[in-house]
Design a protein around this ligand. Structure first.
Ligand code: 1OR
Length: 288
């Protein structure tokens, strides 16, 4: 029997006894690794991750197998351990290809989050090993924090101009990956010349960018930022050191994405970001 002590806090809510499916230590550490790359699970603490890892069950599929069929009821979500899958959606009678899934990514969460039928079809395109998580464990451990995080950022996300062209489904997934960061007035968020791995969008407050225009002289103000504005993208797009300082000019709250999340979630926006970045050169030219 599972000790009530260990899972005390969960037991108190309802009589949730998480299932434990035997795994080798290698399997467990592989799933931990996979979970840490999936935004759905990013808000979980170590103990919660342990419960999820224990509850996961292995599912094996071959080329052309249907893992999820649009319209069906759904009772589990999946994390890809190995292999590749393709996602299609029937939209007004037309079967539209949406995206590929690779190791470390999760899918099938929508049916569980919103008690809805499967919104798309997912097919294996080669030999796939997936880890499945049952609805009961998902409801107890993952759902609450995921829904809260999505709701918390929903209104904000719809007001960020750069994200307007994004598919609403993908935009809502951004919330899972966001990490909230706060700064005091006068504090540096970014220092010119340093290596950079983080992208920021301002939630509340203001900041300025300053840049060394003439070597040996003090950095000059080149840009002002307010809510909904982003910065920190250049170092990630160009793989270069930070091109400017960004300093909080009030108490500042930002959401941040690390390089990995930025590439994965905002990859489709890279052209827009690059186009916008061209405008920086005009600002600097005016200063010279
Ligand atoms: P599910 O439980 O509904 C199908 O089962 C899964 O396909 C779904 O969870 C998601 O994990 C995944 N719209 C809906 N579901 C999607 C989408 C998607 N992409 C992946 N899934 N869109 C794709 C945007 C690129 C919007 C299409 C209009």
């Amino acid at each position: 029997a599972v000790s009530a002590e260990v899972y005390g806090s969960w037991n108190k809510k309802e009589d949730f006894v998480p299932r434990i499916i035997e795994k080798t230590p290698e399997q467990k550490s592989r799933i931990f690794e996979r979970l840490s790359h999936s935004f759905m699970f990013s808000a979980l603490d170590e103990k919660e991750k342990e419960i999820v890892v224990n509850a996961m069950d292995e599912r094996v599929f071959q080329n052309n197998d249907t893992v999820i069929r649009q319209g069906d009821d759904g009772n589990e979500l999946y994390v890809v351990d190995s292999g590749t899958l393709k996602c299609y959606k029937n939209i007004h009678g037309e079967n539209k290809y949406l995206k590929d899934y690779f190791p470390g990514e999760a899918f099938g969460e929508l049916a569980l989050l919103y008690n809805a039928p499967r919104a798309a079809t997912i097919l294996a395109v080669n030999d796939c090993v997936l880890w499945s998580l049952d609805r009961e464990c998902f409801n107890h451990i993952v759902k609450g924090s995921a829904i809260r995080k999505r709701e918390r950022y929903e209104a904000f996300l719809s007001r960020v101009e750069i994200l307007e062209s994004m598919d609403p489904y993908e935009r809502s997934q951004l919330a899972d990956a966001f990490i909230s960061v706060n700064y005091e007035e006068g504090e540096h968020v970014i220092r010119e010349g340093e290596a950079g791995d983080v992208f920021y969008i301002i939630e509340e407050g203001s900041a300025v960018a300053t840049k060394t225009i003439v070597k040996g002289r003090a950095p000059e103000e080149v840009k002002q930022y307010g809510p909904g504005d982003y910065f920190g993208e250049l170092a990630l797009i160009r793989n270069e050191p930070r091109a400017a300082n960004v300093i909080a000019t009030s108490r500042l709250r930002c959401v941040s994405l690390d390089r990995h999340s930025f590439k994965r979630m905002l990859g489709p926006l890279e052209e827009i970001l690059k186009r916008n970045a061209k405008l920086y050169e005009d600002i600097i030219a005016q200063k010279r």
